[in-house]
Structures are given as C-alpha cells and as structure tokens.
Design a protein around this ligand. Structure first.
Ligand code: ATP
Ligand SMILES: Cc1cn([C@H]2C[C@H](O)[C@@H](COP(=O)(O)O)O2)c(=O)[nH]c1=O
Length: 214
C-alpha cells in the first residue's frame, strides 16, 4: 500500500540529461488512459513562488547553504499548495525531481552537510500524522555522466548546474546510489543507457509490477 492514503506520489531522478522528461510524458498518458487524474509537476518549481525560486537557484551565484535553503523553501510551498492537495484528491502526482536531488546535488555534488539536509528534510516534509512525506516510488534514471553530457551537448544554454564538470555529475550519481541503497523499497534503478524503447519498457514494468498500471 502506498504511504499516501489515496493518491500516488512518484518522483523521477537522475543527473541532467538522463532522460526523465522523455518518460514522464509517456507515463502521464498511460495513467490518463487508465482513468487516473494526473498532476505533472517539477522541482524546484510547481507553484508561482517555487518557480521564482527556481529561476534564482538555476541562474544566480550563491553558496551551497543558500542553494539548499532555497530548494527546501520551494519544496515546502510545492508540498502545501500542489502535492498534498493532489494526493488528498486521489490524483497521481508525477514529480520531476524531489528531495533525493537535494541530497545528490547539494549534498554529494556540492559537498554540503548531509546531516543538515536531513534536518531540513524532516522539517519540510513532516506530515500531520507525524510521518515524513516521501514519494511512494522513485525512478532513478542512472546514466554515466559522459553519456549524459553527449546527449545534452549543444541542446541549450547551460544553467548553473548543467555547466558543472563531469566530476560533479559523477558525485551526484554517487549521491543517488547512496539514497537508493538506504531506501531500496522506494527506489527503482532504471538503466538509462539503453535505447528509448527499452527504457520505456523498464519504466512501465515498475508500475505494472506494483499493480498501478495494467
Ligand atoms: N534512451 C535515450 N537514448 C538517447 N537519447 C535519449 C534517450 N532518452 C532521452 N534522450 C535524449 O537525451 C536528451 C535529454 O533527455 P531528457 O530531456 O528527457 O532528460 P532529462 O533527464 O529530463 O534532463 P534534465 O533533467 O536536464 O531536464 C534529449 O535530447 C532526449 O531526446
Ligand atoms: C530539485 C533539485 C534540483 N536541483 C537541480 C538539478 C537540475 O540541474 C536543476 C533542475 O533542472 P531540471 O531541468 O528541471 O532537471 O536543479 C538541485 O540541485 N537540487 C534539488 O533539490
């Protein structure tokens, strides 16, 4: 049984260019065809305030503590205004990144204190029943940093994260691996270094196995 009482909260993670967006759209269509109401959203972002914070963290120079605080401030607003109401309605929330990204990027990528991130996570994601709001399932698109860089080469003007060197993304991947190891029941690792159709089949299988899609 998913933790959310009625809805379904799914997050999608991976380094930049790992292929998340490509498959989120496909899943949204599949849930829609199955008669479920879908909320497509992203972090940082998803509310007017959080989108403003997104623009700041992606573009303005700042230190890792400011970056972490803004990520969690955006998340708090997003949870209160979008995610919790959607789950209470029974919707399927498909969220492009959530807190695992903060541990991977700010924690492992930037080297920021993981214990401080853990405290912020407990404050920001505290639920009314005393638990911790987490996704019911997290799909981690695991792709070597060199392949992701090739896929993104020349695609768009890089933001503050996309402009980081390959070693940064290798550390981010280690961060995702650590989170996946700590919570194996929540994570599904998708080998994203495969043709799109193969990746799509693995993604679909994760939902079929749980009886969430036929
Ligand atoms: N399996 C695949 N094989 C080759 N190219 C792919 C594959 N999946 C996605 N791509 C391409 O790689 C690029 C990045 O994919 P996508 O935008 O889905 O990644 P993303 O994880 O959402 O990235 P970001 O987090 O930076 O937004 C796109 O040009 C996409 O068409
Ligand atoms: C939630 C979150 C995100 N980031 C980084 C990861 C990406 O580089 C950008 C978001 O861009 P995308 O195109 O939507 O993937 O933000 C982060 O560093 N920490 C976070 O918590």
């Amino acid at each position: 049984m998913p933790m959310s009482s009625t809805g379904l909260f799914i997050s999608f993670e991976g380094i930049d260019g790992a292929g998340k967006s490509t498959h989120i759209d496909m899943l949204a269509k599949a849930f829609d065809a199955a008669g479920r109401r879908v909320v497509l959203t992203r972090e940082p972002g998803g509310t007017p305030l959080a989108e403003k914070l997104r623009s700041l963290v992606l573009n303005d120079p700042m230190d890792p503590l400011s970056e972490s605080l803004l990520m969690f401030a955006a998340r708090r607003d997003h949870l209160q205004r979008v995610i919790e109401p959607a789950l209470a309605r029974g919707d399927v929330v498909l969220c492009d990144r959530f807190t695992d990204a903060t541990f991977a990027y700010q924690g492992h990528g930037r080297g920021f204190d993981l214990a401080v991130l853990g405290q912020l996570e407990r404050w920001v994601q505290a639920s009314t029943d005393g638990g911790l709001r987490q996704p019911d399932l997290t799909l981690w698109f695991d792709l070597p940093a060199a392949v992701a860089a090739e896929r993104l080469a020349g695609a768009r003007v890089p933001d503050r994260f996309e402009a980081q060197p390959q070693a940064f993304f290798e550390r981010v991947s280690e961060g995702y691996a650590a989170r996946a190891q700590a919570e194996p029941a929540r994570f599904v690792r998708i080998d994203a270094n495969q043709p799109r159709e193969r990746v799509a089949a693995m993604v679909r299988q994760a939902f079929e196995q749980r009886g969430w899609l036929a």
